[in-house]
Ligand binder design. Structure first.
Ligand SMILES: *Cc1c(COP(=O)(O)O)cnc(C)c1O
Length: 455
């Protein structure tokens, strides 16, 4: 600590030198960055000594909670033994290989191989190329188009931002790139109109079928979706949605890519989101909870259908990252998964803390400004509404969400807002008492919204 400049100066230094992701830098520099110094369990502490309950697990990733000494030890040991070696050109390291085996052991019968990356975005770029390569090897080089969804999120690289359905991202950098198409999202509250959620789920799923038929089945390589949209606002699809999507992909011979970057590693009370929804992906990008964010690592879980072609018929796959399967990140991820197994965190989310969270979260639905409060496992989305009865939303959704979020932060609760939806995604280790604290503080922020904004 002594060799660092006084922390009071850090915000000034930060404004001078550090460009932040997804930030309005002018506004941020004027306000001053919040400096997070340390963390333990579900709590983070800033440079003013203030304590916050982090109901967002960093960025959906710190599944085992902060302060896990054994992950630090595993990384330290690995760094002393072998800090780096690559997995190109015929070599591997013990942690990389053992991690692939460990991930596969939870992937089910048909997902047995892993390609490593350093992030979810790189995982997206990886499966995007794999899907096209797969069809090319099978003699269908024209099967290249990829269908994704409006308001989906798949990362920030060129392919990631293109596949994502975020308009504001597309406007920066002339995206999407060619060959990518977007269909509607299963966001019943906002877009379902007079349909029941079940009817609406089928309707938006069938947009996939229509889009494939419009483009021609022989031109479509893959469809990608998150089990539950995260950054888009924790949009939980109606139960009819996923089975219909899986049926269509099968019937039209299109690869199904399930983006597990948030839902993987226990968040829904299953090891992977596709298991929760009972569908079988051909490709499944992973990251975030894979290492609980202790070190950057991601990958793509590859089904036998695709892997057998890659292994037996492709020859070289001209793709990879210097740090694919980085041994220190892999050692940290292995220890992270060992903790999830040993502490039974997936089962805990499914049988104990998930149901507790669901009830506490749902209790907010009685509030005047809440239209709907839904959750699965330990991910929750809360829809703000100006009028509950008619599902009428506030005129300025971004301002409304920010009002609630800021009130939470001022009261020591880290929440995120996407438009007029409040999002929660706490560590899988969160206690009942801590969930009570989340809901209590969020309720106070909802009271504040009700009492200050009238529409
Ligand atoms: C975060 C995220 C990504 C991108 O991961 P990065 O590690 O930020 O590159 C991709 N897909 C989903 C669903 C995500 O939530």
């Amino acid at each position: 600590m002594n060799d660092r400049p006084a922390l009071s100066n850090l915000a000034t230094i930060d404004a001078a030198h550090h460009l932040h992701p997804f930030s309005d830098m002018k506004e941020l520099n004027a306000r001053g960055t919040r400096i997070i110094e340390r963390a333990e369990g579900v709590y983070i502490y800033d440079s003013n000594g203030r304590k916050y309950l982090d109901a967002f697990a960093g960025l959906w990733c710190v599944n085992v909670g902060y302060g896990r000494r054994s992950i630090a030890d595993a990384a330290y040991r690995q760094m002393q033994e072998l800090p780096y070696y690559n997995t190109f050109f015929g070599t591997t390291t013990p942690p990389a290989t053992l991690l692939a085996q460990k991930i596969a052991s939870h992937g089910g019968e048909k997902l047995k191989r892993v390609f490593f990356t350093n992030s979810g975005s790189e995982a997206t770029d990886t499966w995007f190329r794999m899907a096209r390569v797969y069809w090319k090897v099978l003699g269908k080089p024209e099967k290249t188009e990829v269908i994704a969804r409006k308001n989906g999120y798949h990362g920030s690289t060129v392919a990631g931002a293109s596949l994502g359905g975020m308009k504001l991202m597309h406007e920066q950098g002339n995206l999407p790139i060619e060959g990518i198409h977007h269909i509607g999202q299963p966001y019943w509250y906002a877009e379902g109109g007079d349909l029941s959620p079940a009817e609406f789920g089928l309707k938006v799923a069938r947009e996939l079928e229509e889009k494939i038929d419009e483009l021609g089945e022989d031109r479509v390589a893959a469809f990608v979706a998150e089990p539950i949209q995260g950054a888009g606002g924790v949009i939980i699809p109606p139960e009819t949605y996923w089975p219909e999507i899986a049926r269509i992909c099968k019937a039209r011979n299109v690869l199904l890519v399930v983006d597990e970057v948030i839902c993987g590693f226990g968040r829904l009370g299953a090891w992977f989101g596709h298991q929760y929804y009972g569908v079988e992906p051909d490709l499944a990008p992973i990251a975030k909870g894979l290492s609980s964010g202790y070190l950057p690592i991601g990958g793509v879980l590859v089904s036998d259908r695709v892997a057998d072609v890659m292994v037996n018929e492709l020859g070289d796959f001209y793709h990879g990252f210097t740090y694919s399967g980085h041994p220190v990140a892999a050692a940290a991820a292995l220890e992270n998964i060992r903790i999830i197994e040993e502490e039974g965190l997936v089962e805990r989310v499914r049988d104990d803390i998930g149901p507790y969270f669901a009830e506490a979260w749902k209790s907010l639905e009685d509030h005047d400004v809440v239209g709907q409060a839904e959750s699965v496992g330990l991910i929750g989305g809360l829809q703000l509404a100006a009028d509950k009865a008619t599902r009428r939303r506030y005129a300025k959704p971004d301002d409304i969400g920010a009002t609630v979020r800021n009130h939470c932060v001022e009261n020591g609760l880290i929440m995120r807002a996407t438009g007029d939806r409040m999002l929660a995604s706490p560590a899988l280790t969160i206690s009942r008492l801590e969930i009570d604290e989340v809901v209590e503080k969020l309720r106070a922020a909802l009271d504040h919204l009700r009492d200050t904004v009238r529409e």
